[in-house]
Design a protein around this ligand. Structure first.
Ligand SMILES: [Zn+2]
Length: 265
């Protein structure tokens, strides 16, 4: 049973914000703490005037900073979470910029989850000697969910109503595919796919959503949905020269978890 409710904290000492998902914290950081770079601004608007104004504002902020340098905001120490009282191993979730969580776990449970983690935990690697692995590039919400299930902390598992969008499910599929641990979440996946899957099956999906559903259906072995999405993508997309990349209106979109031969060249 879960002993405590876990929240992802904002990494800055001056901010008390807490979130039930790492993805929500990322949005908070982007909206409140991080200086928007021209690239980030461009992703949000096509209006050239607004872009020019934003760039000007950014330059002025830089000049202002150069004249009166301000110390960087203080950061919190890493968060701690124990999933197992007799934990003999630490998994570090998240990256330094967003904030990190050290999770105390059982190395045996890790080994049972994933053959990749088993090698890292038992092989001749730094991760085995230090009894710690950092996963800064992986989706923290997905890794934490997999670890919670592996340690029978079922209260941490999202229900049908709290399971998030296909973007959430897609992040989970990418992590499960990478570490070959699909089996850990298999009993819940159909429940989480729920309404989103029905929509994808019943009507013409948006292309970008179809790309996500292709990865999801491949990873979790949903043949019916995989065939439907693959057919849709083949009809609507144009092959690029790079394997696993399709072009939609000249925009490249990459498959992350589906098999290399799903979309040929
Ligand atoms: Zn904050």
């Amino acid at each position: 049973m879960a002993k405590e409710v876990f929240y992802w904290q904002c990494p800055f000492m001056t901010c008390e914000s807490k979130f039930d998902a790492a993805a929500s914290r990322l949005t908070h950081l982007e909206d409140n703490h991080w200086v928007k770079t021209p690239a980030r601004i461009m992703a949000h608007t096509n209006d050239e005037f607004i872009q020019a104004m934003n760039e000007l504002r950014l330059q002025m902020a830089k000049i202002d900073k150069a004249i009166r340098p301000t110390p960087p905001p203080l950061r919190r120490p890493k968060q701690q979470l124990s999933l197992y009282d007799d934990g003999d191993y630490t998994v570090v979730l998240g990256n330094e910029e967003e904030g990190q969580v050290e999770v105390s776990v059982s190395s045996q449970a890790l080994s049972m989850c994933s053959p990749v983690w088993k090698k890292m935990v038992t092989g001749n690697f730094r991760e085995a000697i230090e009894k710690k692995m950092s996963l800064p590039d992986d989706d923290g919400d997905s890794i934490l969910l997999i670890l919670a299930i592996a340690h029978m902390q079922f209260l941490r598992i999202p229900t049908y109503s709290t399971a998030r969008s296909e973007a959430w499910l897609h992040s989970l599929a990418v992590v499960c595919h990478k570490y070959n641990c699909e089996m850990v979440v298999t009993p819940w996946v159909r429940q989480w796919m729920g309404r989103g899957r029905n929509l994808a099956m019943s009507k013409a999906s948006q292309i970008l959503t179809a790309m996500e559903w292709l990865d999801i259906s491949w990873t979790f072995g949903d043949v019916e949905l995989f065939q439907k999405m693959a057919r849709l993508l083949m009809e609507e997309g144009v092959h690029s020269k790079t394997p696993n990349v399709l072009l939609f209106h000249s925009e490249p979109v990459e498959l992350q978890a589906a098999p290399p031969s799903a979309i040929g060249t």
